[in-house]
Design a protein around this ligand. Structure first.
Ligand code: AMP
Length: 382
């Protein structure tokens, strides 16, 4: 379901739904509903649908969104909007680990905002904001950093991958990336985080940091966030280069961007890595071939997938036909998003309104948390 731009949001309706009111009642009241005294009340409200659970997720502004971002994260964001109290952000601070130029930074942020809206994120339902518009996150990041230890940060798989992939840029921001991610989530006390499989370990670390804070200050303050997906398993979308996941850092040829033109999609898929074909009936598929089948499973109807699977098993597959079909199905899957991107990309007034409203709502929630966190730590004003 794609959000129509003519349905311009209205700040009043954004605040008028009852469940939201409950949520903000809890956040604005002097009571902390998640501390040990009020936890039963908090659980009661959640269980009886009187309060919505909080969801947080974000995507780094390091380029345009690709199929991995869409199927691994954004598709879930869209489905969650009605059911949960959602915060979706553009992770521009996270993007600084790879040193974008001042000329590129804003454009990259805009790309993600446009892609979010084009995919169907609705500023009337969700809080959509730019991470750097909410300075409270940095403050929480600082507090959490005091209880995050070098050994555990160095053991994070994504950190080790980045060190291997780019040994000349092992900066402290990269090392403490999971701490900033924990701050992103805990600042809104979220319990559900729609992310792809690659983020599972970071979420475990977010739970560790939140629980450590709770123990240190002897309060059940931060709830535990868990990865969330509507599918049983977290999704991993493979890339086109024959190995590993689709990712921006693996290069443009490896990714199908949501904004790619049909011609670009056909070209990229036609160049995807394959092999000389199966040499035995029903043989196990090598990684590069399995990846293309996995992509087909995501974008194509089941009978198309079964058709090519049968051909492969009978050693009758022609990779040219297989790739052509895959490209056409990718084009169909991305068509509505592409159209909508073209529709809003130049509407700066609209994008500004969305970003400002999002920043306002996100800061209200973040300020409440930081105020409570400061009290728990023991800060007092003179
Ligand atoms: P990133 O682009 O690394 O900021 O990732 C943003 C979100 O997209 C995270 O929730 C990731 O888990 C998800 N994501 C990125 N690439 C993939 C992929 N190839 N498969 C599944 N999910 C992905």
């Amino acid at each position: 379901m794609f959000f129509s731009k003519s349905l311009r949001f209205n700040t009043n309706t954004a605040w008028s739904n009852t469940s939201r009111a409950f949520f903000y009642l809890s956040r604005a009241s002097k009571f902390n509903f998640t501390n040990s005294t009020f936890f039963p009340l908090f659980s009661f409200l959640l269980n009886f649908g009187l309060m919505k659970e909080t969801v947080v997720s974000g995507i780094r502004s390091t380029g345009k969104l690709h199929l991995g971002n869409y199927y691994g994260a954004v598709k879930n964001f869209i489905k969650m909007q009605e059911e949960y109290n959602c915060y979706f952000f553009i992770a521009d601070w996270h993007s600084l680990t790879t040193h974008p130029t001042p000329e590129n930074l804003h454009g990259n942020i805009k790309n993600v905002l446009v892609d979010y809206l084009a995919c169907g994120l609705n500023p009337e339902e969700s809080t959509i904001y730019v991470q750097s518009d909410v300075p409270e996150i940095i403050e929480l990041y600082l507090y959490l950093n005091m209880n995050a230890y070098l050994g555990e940060l160095e053991r994070a798989t994504s950190f080790k991958d980045k060190v291997r992939g780019n040994p000349d840029n092992v900066n402290a921001g990269l090392l403490t990336y999971p701490v900033l991610m924990a701050a992103d989530i805990l600042i809104h006390k979220a319990t559900k985080v729609p992310v792809g499989k690659d983020q599972e370990q970071h979420l475990e670390m977010a739970r560790t940091f939140g629980n450590r804070f709770n123990r240190l200050y002897n309060q059940e303050y931060f709830p535990e966030p868990y990865a969330f997906s509507y599918t049983e398993k977290l999704v991993k979308v493979p890339g086109l280069d024959g190995k590993g996941k689709m990712g921006k850092s693996e290069g443009d040829a490896n990714c199908i961007y949501l904004s790619d033109t049909p011609e670009a999609i056909r070209k990229k898929v036609s160049r995807a890595v394959t092999d000389s074909g199966p040499s035995e009936e029903n043989q196990e598929k090598p990684e590069a071939i399995q990846n293309l089948f996995d992509l087909m499973k995501i974008v194509s109807p089941a009978d198309t997938l079964n058709h090519f699977d049968d051909l492969y098993n009978k050693m009758a597959i022609r990779y040219g036909d297989f790739k052509k079909q895959l490209a056409e199905d990718m084009i169909i899957a991305t068509d509505p998003v592409r159209e909508r991107i073209n529709d809003i990309v130049n509407d700066n007034d609209y994008l500004q309104k969305v970003a400002r409203l999002g920043a306002e709502k996100a800061r209200e929630s973040a300020q409440k948390t930081i105020k409570e966190v400061r009290q728990l730590i023991g800060f007092k004003s003179f």
